[in-house]
Write a protein that binds this ligand. Structure first.
Ligand SMILES: CC(C)(COP(=O)(O)OP(=O)(O)OC[C@H]1O[C@@H](n2cnc3c(N)ncnc32)[C@H](O)[C@@H]1OP(=O)(O)O)[C@@H](O)C(=O)NCCC(=O)NCCS
Length: 326
């Protein structure tokens, strides 16, 4: 791999170059760990473990070097090297969705001893250029809402906020008391699906599906969807909540390795405590599970999610580069 023309710093041996998968992964994992230590969750730690393991696996590395353009792994990107040490990093992660090429800029990090020198700005700008050279249809990144310095950096580079999504966590609790309401929980029927589907689409917009790969087929009622779940080995359980005859919301539970996913599809006019009731019911019923995660638009029914005992872990702002198309 060749290095890009550069030094933007005074030191002679300070330069940006493309990530070299064959030798940089461990050093990048160290830098990412150092820079994100205060906000890293179990998902982040597992990601770093994978990066480190990959860095020691020669056959993987040889494969990865060839595959950087066709996997959604952080195998392509840029590092800032100074005196033989990596002090800055940015990854460029490719996605393909419905024939479109989408790039996610991730892992933007500068060593704490070298901050406010323009390193992250330069790395992000170069990553944008790289993505455009690769004929990106769109370029995205996400940043925590409590990281104003990074938000400023990305806004100045032309990234525009598109959505905010909050991740909540809770553990099962068989001893929870059910809120007293005039609402009734039932198993969803074929009749509920049309509303549930429309609400899911509203809360989990298509423009974001390239990243999450939402699979509503697995949520559908009926024999065909049941067969689909059987053959794809997907398990779901769902509950609807009604006020009289009116559907208020549907909750879907899907088991996962680290933390099970809960999906809320909510009527925009849902009665107060409909969501709380559904979530408390899930926490009381699914007692053998380890924990639950909800990923939902910021501020949408957040009071009810929190009232059901879920704790907000983080809010991510998703930003898209303006004029990203090649
Ligand atoms: C965020 C981070 C990557 C910035 O790296 P950096 O090399 O210091 O950033 P730069 O010097 O290129 O800063 C460019 C601009 O971003 C903004 N900025 C960066 N850090 C900032 C801070 N701590 N406070 C306020 N503004 C900040 C400023 O507008 C800055 O321009 P200025 O210095 O002319 O005012 C670095 O602080 C870091 O690694 N943080 C931990 C990991 C992280 O949060 N990464 C971003 C994840 S989305």
């Amino acid at each position: 791999m060749s290095s890009i023309a550069l030094p933007a710093q005074n030191e002679q041996s300070s330069f940006i170059r493309p990530l070299n998968v064959l030798r940089d992964l461990s050093a990048v994992a160290d830098l990412v760990e150092l820079c994100f230590a205060s906000t890293m969750d179990s998902e982040g730690r597992s990601y770093l473990r994978q990066m480190r393991n990959a860095g020691h696996d020669n056959s993987f590395l040889r494969w990865a070097d060839q595959m950087a353009e066709s996997t959604s792994l952080p195998l392509s990107g840029l590092v800032w090297e100074q005196n033989n040490k990596i002090i800055g990093n940015t990854s460029l992660v490719p996605f393909r969705y419905q024939g479109k090429k989408i790039y996610l800029i991730a892992n933007v990090a500068t060593h704490p001893d070298h901050r406010r020198l323009g390193i992250a700005r330069e790395l992000t700008q170069r990553a944008l250029q790289m993505a455009r050279q690769k004929k990106a249809d769109s370029i995205w990144l996400h940043v925590r809402a409590d990281n104003p310095g990074a938000i400023q950096l990305y806004s100045d580079l032309g990234f525009v906020e598109q959505m905010r999504r909050t991740t909540y966590h809770a553990k099962p609790d068989p001893l929870l008391s059910t809120p007293q309401t005039d609402l009734a929980i039932k198993k969803p029927t074929l009749r509920d699906w049309q509303d549930q589907h429309a609400w899911l689409e509203r809360l989990h917009p298509q423009e974001f599906a390239w990243y999450r790969n939402w699979n509503w087929k697995a949520f559908e009622p009926g024999i065909l969807a049941w067969l689909y779940r059987l053959f794809t080995d997907v398990e779901v359980e769902q509950w609807s909540v009604f006020k009289g005859n009116e559907l208020q919301a549907v909750l879907t539970w899907m088991p996962a390795n680290r933390s099970d996913a809960l999906w809320l599809a909510t009527n925009p006019q849902a009665a107060a405590s409909a969501i709380e009731l559904l979530l408390v019911n899930a926490r009381k019923t699914l007692t053998r599970r380890h924990s639950f995660t909800i990923e939902h638009p910021e501020n949408d029914v957040s009071d009810q999610i929190i009232a059901a005992g879920f704790t907000p872990q983080r809010t991510l702002i998703w930003m898209q580069a303006k004029g990203a198309t090649s």
